[in-house]
Write a new protein. Structure first.
Lengths: 317, 455
C-alpha cells in the first residue's frame, strides 16, 4: 500500500508491514474461532453469539452506543438475506467498520511550498514526543529534510527528551528556555525552518487534558502564530491517542478538534493488547482519518494506518 | 455532558406503570440503564455483568423504603454497592518494620509513574517520612532527568547513580545502599513504562522486586483507560503481586470506570488519585466520590471541599461575625466575596461538578463570566472608602468617575450597584447562617453571586 505523505505518495517498506503482522497477529481463537465453530455445527445464530459479538466489540473499546448501532444494522441485514451464517455476520461487521474507516480516510492536502508544518497534540503521556522521533525518521528516509520545534516548555525534561530524538535523527531542534511561551518557540522555529528551507517542521506540544480551557486556548494561539509566519500552517494537526483509551477518547477528539483543528489521528501503543476501537467511534462521528499507528518505543515503530488490518485485529484475541 | 444516571432512572420509572414501587419489570429496565452507564464509563464488560447481578440480588432482597422513590432507591443500591466494591479509604501506605521501606512504582507507558513518584515523595515528606527517589528507567529518553527535576521541585534527594551503575538492578541496589547510609527511611523507585505482554521487561520487574523486597508495589493507571485495564492490571498483578493502585489524570472528565475493573480483577486497594500535572496534585482515593463519578452523578463533595480549600476560612468567619453582629453587608464585603468566588476557578468547571445541573434552565441561561467578576472587583476598587461604606451617596457624577477609573462603563457600574442591592437584601434575610459557606446552616450558598438566581 502506498503511503500518503504531504508531498505525494511513497511506497511502503515491506519489512515494516511484516513487522506489524508480527506485532499484532496473535492466536486466532476468540470470536473468529467461535463463529467458525457455530458455522460448522450449523447452529442457529442465537443470543449467545450476539452477546459474544457484543463482547468482542465492546471490549475493543468501540463503545456501547456504536456497538449497539452496528449490531442493529447487522440484525437488519440478516433479516433481509436470512442465510445467517456466522461467517456472513463477521463479514457484515467487518464491511461496516471498513466503510466507516475508509469514508473518513482521504489524502492529505498537498503542500505547495515547504515547509510543511505538522503539529502534534494530545493528552498527557499519549506518545507525542516519541511519535515525533519516529515521524522524523520516516520523513527522512523519504529523503526529506526535517526540523523540530520544542513547544512543550512546561513538562520536566520534555525538551531534553525531544532533543534526544533530534540527535538520534541528526536533525535540528529549535528550543527556548523552560517556561517560555510556546507560541514564541513556534514563531522562532517556523522562521528558522523557512530560512533553512526545511521540508517539514514538526511541533511537539505539551500534553494537556481537553477539559483545561486555558491550555486549549494556548493551542489555538500556537496555530495562529504558525499561520502568520507560513500561510496555511499548520498544514496538519495530528491528535496522538493511546490505544488503551476508552470512551473518553471521543470527547478528547471533539475538544481537540474544536480548539486545535485536528486533521488526523495517530494511534499509539498498539503493540499491547488494547485494540484502539474508540478510533472507530471517532471516525464515525468526526470523520477524522487515522494516519499512523505506533507499535513500540523504537524509532522504526510507526506504521501507516491500514484499515483492513486494523479491522481484522479487532477480532483477534 | 453525560446523561446523569439518576435522571435516566427517573425517566425509566416515570415511563412505566406502577410508579411508586419497584417491580421486576421496571427493575430490568433500570438495570439496562445502569449497564449502559457503566459501559460508557469504561467498566469492563464482564465486571459490569457481575455487578449487575449483584445489584439485582440486592434489589430483590431490599426492603421497600417508603421514604424513597423507586429511582432513588435503585440509585442508592447501585451507589452503595459500587462504593463497597471500590473498597474503603486506604490511602495510607504500609511501612516496613525495618527501614528503609521500599515502594516500587510500576505501570504501562505514559501512565504517570514518574510524576506520581515525585508527588508521593512530597506527600510522605509532609507526613514526616524522609524519602529518597530513584529512577531505574534506563530506556526512555530523558526519563531520569525528568525525575531529577521533579525531585528538586519537591525537595527530596534523588539517587543519580554512578557511571558503572547501568542496569535497573544496579541502580536500585545503589539507591538502597545510599538510603541506608544517609538515614532515609523510604525509597521510592520509579521504573520504566512497559507493556504487560513484554516478557523481558516484566521479568526485569520481578527481579527488581526480588532484590528490593518492596513493602508496596504500586500500579499506576491512567483514569482514561478503557476495557484493556483488566488485562494489564491482571498481568502486572500476576507477575508482581501489586499492593495498591494510583489512578492518574482524574482532573479531566474521564468517568474512571477502569478503577472498578482494576479493583475487581486485582482485589488490591486504590490508594491515591492524580489530579494534575503539578507535584501537589495527589489526593487520597475516596470510593464514594469515584462511585458517583463512574455513574455520571457529578461530584458534590469534591466541589464543597474545593470551595472550602480556596475560601479563606478566617475571612468567611469574620464576615459571619460581622453580619451576626447586625453590621451591614458593604460593597467591600461584596467585592471580597467576588474575589473568593474567582479563586474557585472557571465557573463552568465548578458547575459541571454538580449533578443534574444540565436540567436547570435558569442556570443554563445565566452568564458565568469570569470577566464579569474581574470587572466587579475593579469597579469597587475604584470607589472611595466613603462610597464603599455607603452606596447611597454614589450619584451620577460619582458613577461616571468610577466607570472611568475602572475602565468600565456607567452601565456596568449601574449593574453592579443593582446586583449589590440584591445581594444585600439577600444577606439581610439570612439571619444566622450567613458565612459564605453558611457554616451554621450547613448549606452551601453563594450569597451575592451576580445573576445566578436560586443558587
Ligand atoms: N509500547 C509503546 N510505547 C510507546 C509508544 N509510543 C510512545 N510510547 C511510550 O509512551 C510513553 C509516553 O510517550 P511520550 O512520547 O513521552 O508521550 P507524550 O505524549 O509526549 O507525553 P507528554 O509530553 O508528557 O504529554 C513513553 O514511555 C514512550 O516510550 C508505542 O507506540 N508503543
Ligand atoms: N493532567 C494530569 N497529568 C498527569 C497526571 N499525572 C501525570 N500526568 C502527566 O502525564 C504525562 C506522563 O507522566 P509521566 O509521569 O511522565 O508518566 P510515566 O508513567 O512516568 O511515563 P513513562 O516513564 O514514559 O512510562 C506527563 O505529561 C505528566 O505531566 C495527572 O494526575 N493529571
Ligand atoms: Mg511529550
Ligand atoms: Mg517515567
Amino acid at each position: 500500500m502506498a503511503i500518503q505523505t504531504l508531498f505525494g505518495s511513497a511506497s511502503a517498506e515491506p519489512n515494516l508491514l511484516e513487522k506489524l503482522k508480527a506485532g499484532i497477529q496473535k492466536t486466532r481463537s476468540g470470536l473468529v474461532g467461535r463463529i467458525e465453530e457455530v458455522f460448522a455445527g450449523q447452529k442457529e445464530i442465537d443470543a449467545d453469539l450476539l452477546e459474544e459479538l457484543e463482547y468482542t466489540l465492546i471490549t475493543a473499546d468501540l463503545g456501547v452506543r456504536t456497538v449497539t448501532e452496528i449490531l442493529e444494522q447487522i440484525r437488519l441485514g440478516l433479516d433481509r438475506k436470512s442465510t445467517g451464517g456466522a461467517a456472513e455476520i463477521r463479514g457484515l461487521i467487518e464491511r461496516h467498520l471498513l466503510e466507516v474507516l475508509v469514508a473518513s480516510d482521504g489524502p492529505m492536502k498537498p503542500v505547495s511550498a515547504p515547509p510543511a508544518v505538522i503539529m502534534l497534540v494530545g493528552i498527557n503521556g499519549a506518545g507525542k514526543t516519541t511519535t515525533i522521533g519516529k515521524l522524523t525518521h520516516r520523513f527522512q528516509s523519504e529523503g526529506r529534510q526535517v526540523m523540530l520545534c520544542a513547544a512543550d516548555t512546561f513538562r520536566a525534561a520534555a525538551m531534553e527528551q525531544l532533543q534526544v530524538w533530534a540527535d538520534r535523527n541528526g536533525v535540528t531542534m529549535i528550543r527556548q528556555t523552560q517556561g517560555s511561551d510556546p507560541s514564541a518557540v513556534v514563531f522562532d522555529a517556523l522562521n528558522s525552518a523557512k530560512a533553512r528551507k526545511a521540508d517539514y517542521l514538526i511541533i511537539d506540544t505539551a500534553g494537556r487534558l481537553h477539559t483545561k480551557e486555558n491550555l486549549m486556548a494556548e493551542l489555538d494561539k500556537m496555530r495562529r502564530t504558525a499561520q502568520r509566519v507560513v500561510p496555511g500552517a499548520p498544514h496538519e494537526v495530528w491528535l496522538v491517542m493511546d490505544a488503551t483509551t476508552g470512551q473518553n477518547g471521543l470527547e478528547q477528539a471533539r475538544k481537540f478538534t474544536g480548539a486545535a483543528g485536528v486533521t488526523g489521528i495517530i494511534l499509539t501503543k498498539l503493540d499491547g493488547t488494547a485494540k484502539g476501537g474508540v478510533a472507530v467511534a471517532i471516525a464515525r462521528e468526526l470523520n477524522l482519518p487515522i494516519r499512523y499507528v505506533g507499535v513500540g518505543e523504537q524509532i522504526g515503530d510507526l506504521l501507516p494506518f491500514e484499515p483492513e488490518r486494523f479491522v481484522e485485529s479487532l477480532f483477534e484475541k | 455532558m453525560f446523561d446523569n444516571l439518576s435522571e435516566k432512572l427517573q425517566r425509566v420509572f416515570k415511563n412505566l406503570r406502577g410508579e411508586g414501587r419497584l417491580t421486576a419489570e421496571n427493575m430490568e429496565q433500570a438495570l439496562r440503564e445502569i449497564r449502559v452507564a457503566l459501559l460508557e464509563a469504561d467498566v469492563h464488560f464482564r465486571v459490569v455483568k457481575q455487578f449487575i447481578e449483584q445489584v439485582r440480588l440486592k434489589a430483590q432482597g431490599e426492603e421497600v423504603l417508603t421514604a424513597l422513590s423507586p429511582s432513588q432507591q435503585v440509585v442508592k443500591i447501585v451507589l452503595d454497592e459500587l462504593t463497597k466494591m471500590l473498597g474503603g479509604h486506604q490511602s495510607k501506605l504500609r511501612f516496613a518494620n525495618e527501614p528503609p521501606t521500599v515502594v516500587l512504582i510500576v505501570g504501562l507507558q505514559g501512565s504517570g509513574k514518574t510524576t506520581s513518584a515525585a508527588k508521593l515523595a512530597r506527600v510522605l515528606t509532609k507526613e514526616g517520612s524522609r524519602p529518597q527517589l530513584v529512577s531505574v528507567d534506563v530506556y526512555r529518553p530523558a526519563a531520569r532527568q525528568q525525575l531529577a527535576i521533579l525531585a528538586k521541585q519537591v525537595n527530596v534527594p534523588i539517587f543519580e547513580g554512578t557511571l558503572d551503575q547501568k542496569t535497573p538492578l544496579e541502580l536500585a541496589r545503589g539507591a538502597r545502599k545510599e538510603a541506608v547510609q544517609t538515614g532515609r527511611d523510604l525509597l521510592l523507585v520509579d521504573t520504566a513504562g512497559r507493556q504487560h505482554i513484554d516478557d523481558r521487561l516484566m521479568q526485569e520487574l520481578s527481579e527488581l522486586k526480588e532484590a528490593l523486597n518492596p513493602t508496596e508495589v504500586l500500579f499506576v493507571a491512567d483514569a482514561m483507560t478503557g476495557q484493556d485495564a483488566v488485562k494489564s492490571a491482571d498481568e502486572f498483578h500476576k507477575r508482581l503481586g501489586i499492593t495498591g493502585v494510583i489512578l492518574t489524570k482524574m482532573d479531566g472528565d474521564a468517568r474512571g470506570g477502569a478503577a472498578l475493573s482494576i479493583r475487581t480483577v486485582t482485589g488490591q486497594p486504590l490508594k491515591f488519585v492524580g489530579m494534575g500535572e503539578k507535584v501537589d496534585a495527589l489526593e487520597p482515593f475516596h470510593p464514594d466520590r469515584v462511585a458517583q463519578r463512574i455513574l455520571g452523578m457529578g461530584d458534590v463533595v469534591s466541589l464543597i471541599e474545593k470551595a472550602q480549600s480556596v475560601i479563606d476560612q478566617k475571612d468567611a468567619e469574620k464576615m459571619q461575625e460581622k453580619l451576626l453582629a447586625g453590621d451591614d453587608f458593604s460593597l467591600e464585603d461584596f467585592r471580597d466575596q467576588m474575589k473568593q468566588i474567582r479563586k474557585l476557578g472557571p465557573l463552568e468547571g465548578i458547575l459541571k461538578m454538580l449533578p443534574g445541573i444540565g436540567g436547570l434552565k435558569e442556570l443554563k441561561d445565566a452568564k458565568f463570566d469570569e470577566k464579569e467578576l474581574t470587572r466587579i472587583v475593579a469597579i469597587v476598587d475604584s470607589m472611595t472608602p466613603k462610597e464603599r461604606g455607603n452606596h447611597m451617596i454614589i450619584n451620577g457624577a460619582r458613577r461616571r468617575r468610577i466607570a472611568k477609573g475602572s475602565g468600565t462603563s456607567v452601565q456596568d457600574v449601574n449593574n453592579l450597584l443593582k446586583q449589590y442591592g440584591q445581594a444585600r437584601k439577600m444577606m439581610k434575610s439570612f439571619s444566622g447562617a450567613t458565612g459564605l459557606l453558611g457554616k451554621k446552616g450547613g448549606k452551601f450558598k453563594f450569597p451575592g453571586m451576580p445573576g445566578i438566581p436560586g443558587f
